[in-house]
Design a protein. Structure first.
Length: 478
C-alpha cells in the first residue's frame, strides 16, 4: 500500500484451502455477497469508518506473483489447476462501501462485496485488517477530539505503535478521526498531513542549564518556539526560564508559540502556568500537554478547569487503549445459484452473532425539522423506501415510529464495478471534514463518552420477514 508490496498473500491459510476446494467443486464462479461489519464492543456507540483508500489500492493490485505461485506449490497442499488459476486471477466483482469518515453503527454493513465466490473469499482477511484497524483508530481519535475540541489534538503515537504499519496507518486514521497533525514524519509525507513536534527532555539535558537549552532552541526556531518545561521543576524553573526566553524573543520582534507539559498534575500545573504566562504578558502563548492522554483524562481536565490549548495524544490513541480490536467480521449473506439469488444466514445461540441475510443497503433517516439523524435502516437492496416511513425496532417489533416528513441518504456507494474502481477517492482532509460534518448531524446524547443514548438501527419489513423466515426454517435455500 503505497510502498510497492504485493499483499495478495496477506490472508489466512484457510482462505486459500477453501478457494482450492471451490475450484475443485465447480462452485468457484458463483456470485457471492459478503457483508463487512462490526459487532457491539466496549463503550463505543458509533465508529468512524476509515481505511477505504488502502482497501482500494489492495484490490487494484490483487495478483499472485510468480514467487507467490512457487511458494504455494512448495506447500504441497494445492492442486496444479488451482495454481494455474491463480496465475491470472484478478478481482472482477463489485464493492459497495460507506465513505471514509462516515459514522457507522454495530451490525450495519461498512462494506459489501459481490464477486465470484473464489475472489470474495480471498479478500476477506486483508479487508478486515485494513478496514477494522483504521476504523478502530479513527473512532478513538474521534472520541478524544469530542472531548478536547476540534483542532486541538495532535497524534503522537508512532513510538508506541505496534509496528511500523500500525504507526503509519494509525496516523492516517487519526486524521480522519479528528487529529489535526501528527508527529509521524513518514505518515505526514505519504498522506499530506501536517507534521508537528518541538524538542524532548534530552534536548534540555544536553545543555549545561535549562535556560541555555531554551535559548539555543529559540535561536534556531524563533517563530515556532514551544518549550518543554518539566525537565527539572515546572513552576520554579521551567516556566520562569521559558518566560525569560519569550521576553527576549518578543523584544527581537518574534512571537513565541508556548510551553509543553509532559508530567505531573496537568490540571494544577496548567492553571499555575497560565497565570504566570499571563502576568508576564504572554497571554497568547499556548499550553500544550502530553502524558498518556485519552478522552477520559481530557474530560476530567475539563471538569477541573485546566488551562490547556492543545493535546498531544500518543499511546492510548495509536493502540486504541481500552478496546484493542474493532471486532470486525465478514459474513456470507447471499449466493447466486442456478440463476437465482439464495440468501444465507448464520444462526447462533448468541443473538448478536446472528447475521442479516440478503443483498442489502443502509439508509440514514434525518428529521426534516432539525436536520439531525433519527435512525438508520438496514434494508434489502430491492426494497422501495417511501413516505410515510414506518420504523420498527429490530427485535421489539411493537415499538414503531411513523415518519411523514424526513430526509434520507443511502450510506453505501459503489466503489468497484466489474473489477474497475468507479469511485473518486477524496483527500484525507476531505474525509476528515466529512467525519466532522457527519458527526454534527447527531444529537449530543449519542456522542456521550459514557453511557451514550443508543442510536436506533432498524431492519426494514422486508429484511425482518426474510430473517425470521430463515430463522424459523421456512426458507427455500437448498
Amino acid at each position: 500500500m503505497n510502498d510497492g508490496r504485493n499483499l495478495t498473500l496477506l490472508t489466512d491459510f484457510y482462505q486459500l484451502t477453501m478457494m482450492n476446494g471451490y475450484l475443485k467443486s465447480g462452485i468457484y464462479d458463483e456470485v457471492a455477497t459478503f457483508d463487512l461489519f462490526f459487532r457491539q464492543r466496549g463503550q463505543i456507540n458509533y465508529a468512524v469508518a476509515a481505511g477505504l483508500q488502502q482497501a482500494i489500492e489492495y484490490i487494484r493490485d490483487l495478483h499472485f506473483s510468480d514467487g507467490d505461485i512457487q511458494y504455494l506449490r512448495s506447500l504441497n497442499t494445492f492442486t496444479e489447476d488451482f495454481l494455474e488459476y491463480c496465475k491470472n486471477m484478478r478481482f472482477t466483482g463489485d464493492i459497495y462501501s460507506v465513505r471514509e469518515g462516515e459514522i457507522v453503527f454495530p451490525m450495519e454493513p461498512i462494506m459489501i462485496v459481490r464477486a465470484p465466490l473464489i475472489e470474495a473469499q480471498l479478500i476477506e482477511t486483508a479487508l478486515l485488517t485494513i478496514i477494522s484497524h483504521q476504523t478502530l483508530i479513527a473512532t478513538k481519535a474521534s472520541r478524544v477530539t469530542t472531548a478536547a475540541g476540534e483542532g486541538k489534538v495532535v497524534e503522537f503515537g508512532l513510538r508506541r505503535a505496534q509496528g511500523p504499519d500500525a504507526g503509519i496507518y494509525g496516523s492516517r486514521a487519526s486524521i480522519i478521526g479528528g487529529a489535526c497533525a501528527t508527529s509521524n514524519v513518514l505518515a505526514a509525507q505519504m498522506f499530506d498531513i501536517v507534521p508537528k513536534g518541538t524538542h524532548s527532555h534530552s534536548w534540555v539535558l544536553s545543555y549545561p542549564t535549562e535556560l541555555d537549552a531554551f535559548n539555543a532552541f529559540a535561536d534556531i526556531y524563533p517563530d515556532s518556539c514551544l518549550l518543554l518545561v518539566d525537565t527539572y521543576d515546572t513552576l520554579r524553573s521551567g516556566v520562569p526560564n521559558a518566560i525569560k526566553v519569550f521576553d527576549r524573543l518578543k523584544k527581537e520582534g518574534h512571537k513565541p508559540l508556548g510551553i509543553r507539559l509532559d508530567s505531573g498534575d496537568l490540571a494544577y500545573l496548567s492553571k499555575k502556568a497560565r497565570k504566570m504566562l499571563d502576568e508576564a504578558g504572554h497571554t497568547e502563548a499556548v499550553i500544550f500537554v502530553s502524558n498518556d492522554i485519552d478522552e477520559n483524562l481530557v474530560n476530567s481536565l475539563n471538569e477541573q478547569g485546566a488551562k490547556i490549548d492543545m493535546y498531544g495524544v500518543g499511546t492510548k490513541l495509536i493502540t486504541s487503549d481500552g478496546m484493542p480490536s474493532l471486532g470486525g467480521v465478514y459474513k456470507l449473506a447471499e449466493i447466486e445459484r442456478d440463476g437465482r439469488a439464495v440468501p444465507r444466514i448464520k444462526k447462533s445461540d448468541s443473538i448478536e452473532k446472528i447475521t442479516n441475510p440478503g443483498f442489502k443497503t443502509v439508509y440514514r433517516i434525518y428529521e426534516k425539522s432539525t436536520g439531525k439523524a433519527f435512525a438508520d435502516l438496514i434494508a434489502l437492496k430491492s426494497e422501495q423506501i417511501g413516505k410515510p416511513l414506518t420504523l420498527t425496532h429490530e427485535t421489539e417489533r411493537w415499538k414503531k415510529t411513523v415518519l411523514e416528513d424526513y430526509d434520507i441518504k443511502e450510506l453505501l456507494v459503489k466503489v468497484f464495478e466489474k473489477g474497475e474502481c468507479v469511485y473518486d477517492v477524496p483527500t484525507l482532509k476531505e474525509s476528515s471534514q466529512y467525519r466532522r460534518q457527519s458527526l454534527d448531524k447527531f444529537w449530543d446524547e449519542y456522542k456521550r463518552l459514557v453511557n451514550p443514548h443508543i442510536y436506533k438501527v432498524d431492519l426494514s419489513d422486508g429484511l425482518y420477514a426474510l430473517k425470521q423466515s430463515m430463522l424459523l426454517g421456512n426458507d427455500d435455500t437448498k
